[in-house]
Structures are given as structure tokens and as C-alpha cells.
Design a protein around this ligand. Structure first.
Ligand code: SF4
Ligand code: SF4
Length: 94
């Protein structure tokens, strides 16, 4: 899998981490941890352009309120495109 994925694949295949505000207790840990200062202190929204998808905020959230959001359609189409670059010759076994 790692061989066929581009270097910045986390950014390509995932959206910014989502915060479930029903679980979040607004402790501010994710804001302090974010290396890019991408999380808004008041709303906890993440700036799409600044976020590098390191997922520190997801891993270290004490309430497990932050989740990774994948872009599944894009991921599947990208993998299939790359894997099917070279057509395979059918083989017959008797
Ligand atoms: S670390 Fe988790 S619980 Fe704390 S503010 Fe961020 S999302 Fe909310
Ligand atoms: S994934 Fe990393 S860069 Fe993006 S908001 Fe979370 S801690 Fe910041």
C-alpha cells in the first residue's frame, strides 16, 4: 500500500479531523498540541489550508472526540487507477 500512495497522501485522502462537540469538553489540549496552530480557539474548527494531517489532535484528545475523516471515493479511485496502469495478460490453466 505504501508503495502506491504519494508522499502527501494523508492530506489527499483525508479531510481535517472532525470534533464531536457532544463528547468534547473544550479542554484545549488539541489547540495546544497542533504544530500548525490550525485550530480555532473559540470554535475548535480547523483551518483546512494550515492543517498538515499529522493527527496529533486525534491521538491525544483525552475524550476521543476528534476523528479522522477519510475521502473514501477519492481513495478507492486513486488506488484503482494506479494499480491498473499496466494491463495484465490473462492466463489459462488446464
Ligand atoms: S482535545 Fe478533544 S476534548 Fe479537548 S478540546 Fe480538543 S477535541 Fe475537545
Ligand atoms: S491534524 Fe495536526 S495539523 Fe491538523 S489540526 Fe490536528 S494537530 Fe493540527
Amino acid at each position: 500500500m505504501a508503495k502506491i500512495l504519494p508522499k502527501n497522501s494523508a492530506r489527499i485522502f483525508t479531510k481535517t479531523p472532525f470534533a464531536d462537540m457532544k463528547i468534547c469538553n473544550k479542554c484545549g489540549v488539541c489547540i495546544k498540541l497542533c504544530p500548525m496552530k490550525a485550530i480555532n480557539k473559540d470554535t475548535l474548527d480547523i483551518n483546512e489550508d494550515k492543517c498538515i494531517r499529522c493527527f496529533s489532535c486525534v491521538k491525544r484528545c483525552p475524550k476521543k472526540a476528534r476523528k479522522i475523516v477519510y475521502k473514501p471515493k477519492f481513495l478507492v479511485s486513486k488506488i484503482l487507477t494506479i494499480k491498473n496502469k499496466n494491463a495484465k495478460i490473462p492466463q489459462i490453466y488446464i
